[in-house]
Ligand binder design. Structure first.
Ligand code: NAD
Ligand code: UDP
Length: 323
């Protein structure tokens, strides 16, 4: 029987990106099942959605098979910050690989289209700049980031093999650094760390000399892109880079956060973590042509909204201990 509204499964739906995605899908009239094991996600991220008549939450780990009846699947379940994915690296690999197999098996059984949240980390410490989808990457397979990078690379392999072997309809996005409200204040990511430090009047921690670069995409732009990718015409598979091509050094980011928060505590230098990529910037030519998409929110404006979120959060919940 055909459902009146689409039923959509969002794994990792209680996380930073997943909660924004659930919110947007509900606003567009879809029925959403949020599946999460609450490792890095939180009920606080989805509390406002709980009363919604078309929203349901399932506590489940994607490393275990799951049976639900849905029309579409967005697979976002995986810790995303280095501090969290390195906490239990074996579980991180399991989440990406076993999670992909379990959800692809489900998609195959249901004939459901399935989205994979892949990552710019598949490019490792890139030798080609900016990164295009055709670049095969420079990942250290035995380094401390490999549990995440290689797990996500293997998940991409599985997506394409299920597509070729079983005709599963896949959509793969390579997501570049994304920021915004509901980032976890203790997950050690650069935007949340800098904002929390600045708001607390503590010095901002620059790893290395702060000359490494990243390109920061505001969460609303990201959600818009992944929904467009999911709704793109039949036959589109990706991988498609999704990110903001405006590139900044980490020091420039720190200066902007200090300016907007009025922080006078300055910067301190800390050692650069092992295998930390020196530069990262997406080439989004494919996303532009395929999805008619480009990011709309500039860093200054996105930071303003994110700082407002963390100001409220810190007032409510002192103290926050940074990772
Ligand atoms: P997040 O940590 O906030 O969200 C991940 C969610 O997955 C959390 O709610 C967590 O509890 C859940 N989860 C983790 N392991 C699970 C498991 N085994 N079973 C069920 N649920 C599990 O991270 P995020 O930033 O929202 O990232 C979401 C997805 O997007 C991840 O797959 C990540 O790799 C990808 N991604 C994010 C970024 C970014 O900049 N935020 C960049 C590239 C890729
Ligand atoms: N970084 C930093 N200070 C911090 C946290 C991170 O200088 O307090 C740097 C980190 O070394 C990296 C960049 O900021 O070069 C982005 O780090 P993040 O962990 O947010 O994302 P990823 O390295 O996965 O892109």
């Amino acid at each position: 029987m055909k459902r009146a509204r689409k039923r959509v499964l969002v794994t990792g739906g209680a996380g930073f990106l997943g909660s924004h995605l659930c919110e947007r899908l509900l606003a567009e009239g879809e029925e959403v099942i949020c599946l999460d094991n609450f490792f890095t996600g939180s009920r606080d991220n989805i509390r406002h959605l709980l009363p919604h008549p078309h929203f349901e939450v399932i506590r489940h780990d994607v490393t275990q098979p799951i049976q639900v009846e849905v029309d579409e699947i967005y697979n976002l379940a995986c810790p995303a910050s280095p501090v969290h994915y390195q906490h239990n690296p074996v579980q991180t690999v399991r989440t990406s690989v076993h999670g992909a197999i379990n959800l692809l098996d489900l998609a195959k059984r249901l004939g459901a289209r399935i989205f994979q949240a892949s990552t710019s980390e598949v490019y490792g410490d890139p030798a080609v700049h900016p990164q295009r989808e055709s670049y095969r990457g420079n990942v250290n397979p035995i380094g401390i980031r490999a549990c995440y990078d290689e797990g996500k690379r293997c998940a991409e392999t599985l997506f394409f093999d299920y597509h070729r072997q079983d005709g599963v309809e896949i959509r793969v996005a390579r997501i570049f650094n994304t920021y915004g409200p509901r980032m976890h204040p203790q997950d050690g990511r650069v935007v949340s760390n800098f904002i929390v430090q600045a708001l607390r009047g503590e010095p901002i921690t620059l790893y290395g000399d702060g000359r490494q670069t990243r390109s920061f995409c505001y969460v609303d732009d990201l959600v818009d892109a992944i929904i467009r990718l999911m709704r793109a015409p039949d036959g589109v598979t990706g991988p498609v880079n999704i990110g903001n091509p405006s590139e900044f050094t980490i020091r420039e980011l720190a200066e902007e956060v200090a300016r907007q928060t009025g922080s006078r505590a300055g910067f301190v230098l800390r050692p650069l973590p092992q295998d930390d990529p020196m530069q990262r910037c997406p080439d989004i030519t494919l996303a532009r042509s395929l999805l008619g998409w480009q990011p709309e929110v500039p860093l200054q404006e996105g930071l303003r909204r994110t700082i407002a979120y963390f100001s409220d959060l810190l007032e409510l919940r002192q103290p926050v201990h940074l990772a």
